[in-house]
Ligand binder design. Structure first.
Ligand SMILES: *Cc1c(COP(=O)(O)O)cnc(C)c1O
Length: 447
């Protein structure tokens, strides 16, 4: 195990500002060579000092490196950095965002258990939770989390968690984290927040009461569309022991480690230690060191990029809201948006750069628009330096029923944009010509 909480000599204590920590947290010059940038430790395994050292590593009595399925020095730097940026106690990196979700639920779900998730989630998460998790006999209720009473009604004695996105993909919807944290606390279960679209620069869910924060680092954290990855950051604040029988994975003696109980032994590092020593060990959903390196490069410029992502997105959203062919724009940065007040509260620095709008001419115009634009790339990703465009109904949300699509904000007239860092006038000009051609084509087809 690497100790991914604050180490002695850590060059970026929490008293430093966010921008300082996004460059320095977790990293120090490499002690042997002095290499300043974190090297890629392209290693599967690490030599033990002696037999006793090996034994104590395997017993979890010493933090250190054994085998890269569990921990790797490059990945450990990223883990410390993400924990610092989110204000958490520890972090665990994974091969993808979906792997982070699997690893998170794996820590405490038993067959027959249940959790509550927002209806407004990334399409892939709806499929993972609703279909694939059922194979483990894990059950989910998708609930409109804007109705606190509906969330309370969905709680059962088997409910282990509430899962929401801070800024929801794809609709630009903002979740009321403080209200949801209060419900989770009342029920004695963790609130898990997917903070992918906001990034810790725009929103820090732990400050609003979240217990666990998950990320697809594939998106804004790496930022260039280069590296798949995920992370789960633990606040360290959830009392896994008080929750008793319901969280045995974290508070009961673990036979594989000589009856060690994680919460009793590791305190506020219980979840993070368990996620490495049991989760990564047995699920094998490990982040590659090369991807940790690329993601570390991304974190160094996070604040700068997010500022430009947000200011470009606001200008593009304001432009679209004025267009004849556009029925509506769902961007919580616009003052008349129903989520504007929540955005001001939870995302005061900007409402992110992923949002949707609806075309008056529906499905046909949507399919045409994604083909007409030149600068926007038609693909299924968000959080790239490049601007991206997608028609969810014919792609990411294709697997869902029309009712689920509507609930997820991905109906057939919906276009999703992820605004990049290009010159904003170029983006607006590209959308302008694309909208004109798409509307013309739709009108011709209707004659
Ligand atoms: C992309 C995404 C995921 C899944 O992450 P992967 O890295 O693609 O596995 C989960 N949640 C949100 C909000 C996403 O945008």
């Amino acid at each position: 195990m690497s100790r991914n909480a604050k180490r002695e000599g850590d060059q970026a204590p929490d008293s430093y500002g966010f921008e300082t920590r996004m460059i320095h947290a977790g990293a120090q010059p490499e002690p042997v060579t002095g290499a300043r940038q974190t090297p890629i430790f392209q290693n599967t395994s690490y030599a033990f000092h002696d037999a006793e050292h090996a034994a104590s590593l395997f017993n979890l009595q010493t933090f250190g490196f054994i085998y890269s399925r569990l921990t790797n020095p490059t990945t450990a730097v990223l883990e410390e950095r993400l924990a610092s940026l989110e204000g958490g106690r520890g972090a665990t990196c994974t091969a993808s965002g979906h792997a982070a979700q699997l690893l998170t639920f794996f820590a405490f779900m038993e067959p027959g258990d249940h959790f509550i998730a927002s209806t407004r989630l990334y399409g892939g998460s709806i499929t993972q939770f609703g279909k694939t998790f059922r194979k483990f006999d894990w059950h989910v209720s998708f609930v409109d989390v804007e109705e606190p009473e509906a969330v309370r009604r969905a709680l059962t004695p088997k409910t282990k968690a509430i899962f929401v996105e801070s800024l929801a993909n794809p609709g630009g919807v903002v979740s009321d984290l403080e209200a949801l944290a209060a419900i989770a606390k009342e029920a004695g279960i963790p609130l898990i927040v997917d903070n992918t679209l906001a990034s810790p620069w725009l929103c820090r869910p732990i400050e609003w009461g979240a217990d666990l924060v998950v990320h697809s680092t594939t998106k804004f954290l790496s930022g260039n569309g280069t590296a798949m990855g995920g992370a789960v950051i633990d606040s360290g604040g959830f009392d896994w022991t008080a929750a008793g029988e319901r969280f045995r994975g974290l508070n009961a003696p673990e036979p594989a480690y000589h009856g060690l109980a994680f919460h009793e032994t590791f305190g506020d590092l219980a979840f993070t230690t368990h996620a490495h020593a049991v989760g990564l060990r047995d699920l094998g959903t490990t982040m590659a060191p090369q991807h940790a390196f690329l993601t570390l490069l991304g974190t160094e410029t996070l604040a700068l990029r997010m500022e430009r992502h947000c200011s470009n997105a606001l200008k593009v959203a304001a432009f679209l809201a004025e267009q004849e062919a556009v029925a509506w724009v769902s961007y919580s940065g616009l003052p008349d948006n129903p989520y504007h007040a929540l955005a001001n509260k939870y995302l005061p620095r900007g409402a992110g750069s992923v949002f949707t709008f609806g075309l008056k001419d529906g499905y046909a115009a949507g399919v045409r628009l994604v083909e007409e634009v030149n600068l926007f790339s038609h693909l299924a990703n968000v959080g790239d330096t490049r601007s991206l465009i997608l028609h969810p109904a014919s792609t990411t949300h294709r697997q869902l029923s029309e009712e689920q699509r509507q609930a997820a904000g991905a109906g057939e007239e919906v276009i999703r944009l992820s605004i990049g860092l290009e010159t904003v006038e170029d983006l607006i000009a590209d959308l302008s010509q694309g909208l004109e051609t798409a509307a013309l084509a739709a009108r011709r087809a209707a004659v």
